[in-house]
Design a protein around this ligand. Sequence first.
Ligand code: ADP
Length: 524
Amino acid sequence: MKADKKNKILVVDDMDINLELIKSVFDLERNFSLVTVSDGKSAISKAKTNYFDLILLDIMMPEMDGYEVCKILKSYPTTKNIPIIFLTALNSPKDIKKAFQYGAVDYISKPFSIEELTARVNLHISLKRTTEELIEAKRNAEAAAEAKAIFLANMSHELRTPMNGIIGMVDILKRTELTEAQHEYLNIIESSGENLLTIINDILDLSKIEAGHMELESITFSLKDELRRVMNIMQIIADKKRLPIILNIGKDVPAYVKGDPVRLKQIIINLVNNAIKFTEKGSITVSVENLDTKEEKARLLFKINDTGIGISPEGQKKLFQSFSQVDKSTTRKYGGTGLGLMISRNLTQMMGGDIGVESVESVGSTFWFYVFLELSDEESYKKRHQEGEETDTDKTRVHVKLKILLAEDNKINQKVAVLHLNNLGHQVDIANNGREAVEKYENIGYDLIFMDVQMPEMDGIEACKKIREIEKKSGGMKKIPIIAMTANTSEEERKKYVKAGMDDYVSKPFKQKELIALFKKYTV
Ligand code: ADP
């Protein structure tokens, strides 16, 4: 709406002499352009149809006084942000208070000094400009962050799709007849692929955090079980360096808590991984204690102590920031992206806590973090696990030969999935897109459908909705299990799948054992 570079001021006063005086003051200043009106109604109509940087408003006017004019201007979207300065002979504290209550930014008592008038007008115009610039900068920054988040989400999808080909094929190839050397080479490809996948996941997590899209789950879990499980896996890695991992769980640590076990484990795995990475001899101790319990929430303190290289005081200052590693030589020697601690810090803060470190060079480090977790009980835990337990115990289900429909447009990923499924003894039909999937479903009976989400012609979500509609129309009681196969695993996406009628999802790249777990859960 801004017409030119001059500062445009609307002056409202019922006394012509005042209007003349103000006009003469600003005529001397070349960068001002003034519009004058002598009543409230004209002021409102002028302000609505023209751009103004500021309004100088008399209070005592016939018909409509300045307070009323101010109130109306502040209620219109296009005029509400124009700063208003009252020019008034009313200058009791009560009047001044009223002026500010109605939304004025300032007031000037009549008779006014020219210096004061120009100084206040200049001040408020420059404040308005700065505010506008800040709003614009914020808007641009938000748009850029949003664009970056979308780009990264797409990129992560693009990166994970070929990774599915690599990791999937390695998994299949490892099950064939191989020489020892070939097996060794495949192990290297596998661990390199997995490392690359960790980096992709870290970048995705960070972009989600930065865009404010990271969501935490709230489910009941057994803290001790989860910790023991994590330590068993970490011990396998630590065994290669002959480092024992000692787990100490405090007596008053609650058995069942409610929170996001996956993200909690992510923090712990990250810290224990670092501890193993930066320790050559000695041991690693993981401890957890309950600091206090208030309003059904426990404040749990976790400590991961190592006897490794330690971190200098300068190095410690750089920790927990994006892309920061203590020094370049460490990066060359140990690798890593410097994202882990940053992600961990964000996750602990999302759980109401914080993270920090105490460390002495050449002696070792203790990374600590605390989080708040709701107290829960065995009953809620059992309720959540009942379904899983029932199916888990029924081992015979795994060995049934199933007829599976695989909807997937990417030829390599088709091959990976078919090989996996054939390996498990199942028969597979392929649909190249959602439309084909619906057709095949209608004409041929299947036990289960794996459905890629992003496909040409008709995507997986649409296809799933169509299949559920057909099921409804035919009045059948039995729903065919539909499992999404996706490279996108955000909470938001998962909700979309469930809403569309999918039963579960498997994230790409997947391994054979993940498919086995799904068969156990969904087939009879
Ligand atoms: P990275 O993927 O590089 O390990 P992190 O954010 O997890 O990223 O760690 C950042 C840096 O902090 C590491 O590169 C290392 O310099 C330092 N660091 C982290 N944990 C330890 C530890 N237990 N002992 C010594 N240095 C550590």
